[in-house]
Design a protein around this ligand. Structure first.
Ligand code: CDT
Length: 310
């Protein structure tokens, strides 16, 4: 009897360098297309783009009237600006995930990622669950992090989808720091989690963490991958954007927790890995055989309680 062929998925993380406030969507999409063509040359079937790929990271600026930032949001996806990316990806037979600011018909604002299959069909939208930062202008900060002003917390949780020959999930930036993010998807058998991020190096509430940004980034994604037996694709919008230095260090992480591809620049850069989705089972069916070893009755506090008991 011959062994079944492993399910291989060649995946690219399309790191972006900075996007200026005045850059048009068309200019950004040109850069996305360039990365897509590099991905095609590398044999990718799936490309992950960062969080809020289409614009500068606008939550760094306060507006009294939130509608003052409406031009940073997309009301449709695809739309006229992104249609060339959707068309070219379909022509090349490459799927992708793309983060953007979503403004819904009924006025809700989400930090969203769309997942598109190789045939151009939309698999799903994921809306960011953990919204970091603050709601109001805080003049003591060097720059603002007003995600909590400009985005609602999603109440749709962390679903996974059968796509790309495996089981795929998504998370966005701050979500990657929370173990629950990975575990909720791990309990649904996730095999690859796509995570876009914009992480300023300077963390105003506690600058002693600044030097650890790169370490923490890899720490949380590597732990999430290993403890759930899943691939993790972490993709940054990095570099100095409108005077704010953001972490690059995009990485593709195997179910072993090992980094198998890592960006070396803080600009537009594609990194690629041949992901063996069947490698996940080596962890899911042994050390992390959830059905055999987990003790959910011991973990009830995790869903019953939000903050630390005093
Ligand atoms: N985009 C995003 O979620 N960034 C946060 C910054 C820290 S909170 C101010 C992050 O967790 O990387």
């Amino acid at each position: 009897m011959t062994a079944a062929a492993h399910r291989m998925l060649t995946v690219g993380a399309a790191q972006m360098g900075p996007i200026a406030r005045d850059d048009s969507r068309a200019e950004v999409v040109t850069r996305l297309l360039d990365l897509l063509h590099q991905a095609a040359d590398a044999g990718c079937a799936l490309v992950a783009y960062p969080e809020l790929t289409l614009t500068t990271f606008f939550p760094r600026w306060y507006t009294d009237d939130i509608a003052g930032h409406d031009h940073y949001y997309e009301t449709e996806m695809p739309n006229a600006s992104t249609q060339p990316l959707f068309d070219e990806a379909k022509r090349l037979g490459i799927g992708f995930s793309l983060g953007y600011a979503e403004l819904t018909d009924d006025g809700h604002r989400y930090n969203t990622t769309v997942l598109v299959e190789r045939d151009g069909s939309i698999v799903a939208k994921y809306r960011k669950v953990h919204i970091p930062g603050h709601e109001h202008h805080e003049p003591w900060r060097e720059f603002q992090h007003l995600e909590r002003r400009y985005f609602e917390e999603s109440s749709e949780g962390f679903p996974v989808w059968d796509a790309f020959g495996g089981r795929v999930g998504m998370a966005t930036c701050n979500d990657r720091r929370w173990p629950e993010t990975y575990r909720v998807m791990g309990l649904q058998g996730v095999e690859m989690i796509l995570i876009g991020y914009n992480t300023p190096i300077h963390y105003a509430p506690d600058p002693s963490q600044n030097r650890l940004q790169g370490f923490h980034n890899h720490l949380v994604m590597q732990a999430g991958a290993y403890q759930n037996g899943t691939w993790v694709v972490g993709v940054a919008k990095g570099g100095n954007e409108e005077g704010v230095e953001s972490l690059a260090e995009s990485a593709i992480i195997a179910p072993s927790g090992e980094i198998v591809a890592e960006a070396t620049t803080n600009g537009d850069e594609l990194i690629v890995a041949d992901a063996d989705l069947d490698w996940c089972a080596d962890y899911k069916e042994t050390l992390f055989d959830f059905a055999r070893y987990r003790r959910p009755e011991m973990y009830t506090r995790i869903t019953a309680q939000k903050g630390v008991e005093r």
